[in-house]
Design a protein around this ligand. Structure first.
Ligand SMILES: *Cc1c(COP(=O)(O)O)cnc(C)c1O
Length: 345
């Protein structure tokens, strides 16, 4: 079999949730948008529900609908994008909770689904989603009379603890919500690490569950093993792959492995990337192509059946460093062609 294997350790995922829950002052939800950060929202959601998660967040109503099928009735599923035109049936039939972002969405919600649960999203300075202070001042009494289940906002710079934006957003959020008797939520993974004054009643971690920064203590959740299809010996001077970008300077053993940029292994990381053959680090040789990567395995005592790209030796953050990006993008780019296998189901 040439299909690369992405193993998702659900025990590590649950351990990361428990660790973030232990740090959180109140209830700890879980963010499973983008298919559980690329790892499979249904499996991830079920594993977290077993661990005790009662409230999930997704980006889109469609994601909420799919998650409801996987989780069944019971857990609350909240939708960050709120109540968009066309979402009403999904919200009603699958029992989703939209986070209302604007006066328009508020009107849509109360006209289409009077009495149905909803939350409110406020903009405390990120300027992305939610009602701004002036809009909130105008709508506040009307919105609160409809009994929202949650009031939330999102921090723009929580991964940088010293950033003055954190304290500023905290202050704005307090000014907008102090004295209101509705559960409040401000912190994602980064906000949890900023300390209890950022936690309010509910925290909403995402990336930390999946083993990414800024939760440095997170257990790695993913392992990616890429099968070796062929091994060949090169004389000095021979080149490898498109553009001949790697030239052998010594007698060189090249393993051709079965994954590429179509699987989310970004082409740009080629010059810095390496894979593990057991304990030996083996550099990528030449360009990453769509389905194949050449790897210099000359220094490995033997060539295993598969080389490890992600695991205990190198994490999503290692790959992010090679690609000049963040762990979130590495995870969510991992493609549908990878064979997702789950440990700890
Ligand atoms: C994605 C997201 C989260 C989770 O953020 P992480 O940094 O992955 O923990 C929480 N809240 C909102 C509004 C989000 O968009």
């Amino acid at each position: 079999m040439a299909q690369a294997k992405l193993t998702i350790d659900l025990d590590a995922l649950r351990a990361n949730w428990r660790a973030l829950d232990a740090l959180s002052a109140g209830e700890t939800a879980a963010v499973v948008k983008a298919g559980g950060y690329g790892l499979g929202a249904g499996k991830v959601g079920r594993a977290l529900a077993q661990a005790g998660v009662r409230r999930f967040f997704v980006a889109l109503a469609e994601e909420g609908a799919a998650l409801r099928q996987a989780l069944g009735p019971g857990p609350e599923i909240c939708v960050f994008s709120g109540h968009m035109a066309g979402d009403t049936e999904m919200i009603r039939d699958l029992g989703l909770v939209p986070m209302i972002n604007s006066i328009d969405q508020m009107l849509r919600q109360v006209e289409a689904l009077p009495g149905a649960p909803f939350g409110l999203q406020l903009d405390s300075g990120m300027n992305r989603l939610g009602m701004e202070p002036a809009e909130w001042a105008a709508l506040r009494d009307i919105a609160l009379a409809q009994n929202p289940v949650l009031i939330m906002s999102h921090l723009a710079c929580a991964d940088t603890p010293d950033h003055p934006m954190n304290a500023r957003q905290l202050q704005v959020f307090r000014e907008m919500t102090d004295g209101i008797d509705v559960p409040r939520s401000l912190a994602a993974t980064g906000g949890i690490l900023l300390g209890p004054e950022y936690h309010f009643d509910l925290t909403r971690p995402g990336i930390g569950l999946y083993g990414g920064l800024p939760f440095a203590e997170a257990a790695p959740v993913v392992t990616l093993e890429v099968p070796v299809i062929q091994v060949r010996e090169l004389e000095p001077g021979e080149a490898v792959g498109y553009g001949g970008a790697f030239t052998a300077r010594r007698p060189t053993r090249i393993a051709t492995i079965a994954a590429g940029y179509a699987d989310g292994l970004h082409r740009i990381m080629g010059p810095k990337a390496s894979l593990m053959a057991g304990e030996t680090r083996c550099p990528v040789a030449g360009r990453i192509s769509m389905d194949l990567i050449g790897v210099d395995v000359t220094d490995a005592p033997e060539v295993p059946e598969a080389l490890e790209l992600l695991g205990q030796h190198q994490t999503i953050e290692t790959l992010a460093g090679w690609c000049d990006t963040i762990g979130y993008e590495i995870l969510t780019a991992l493609g549908p062609r990878l064979n997702r296998a789950y440990r700890g189901e």
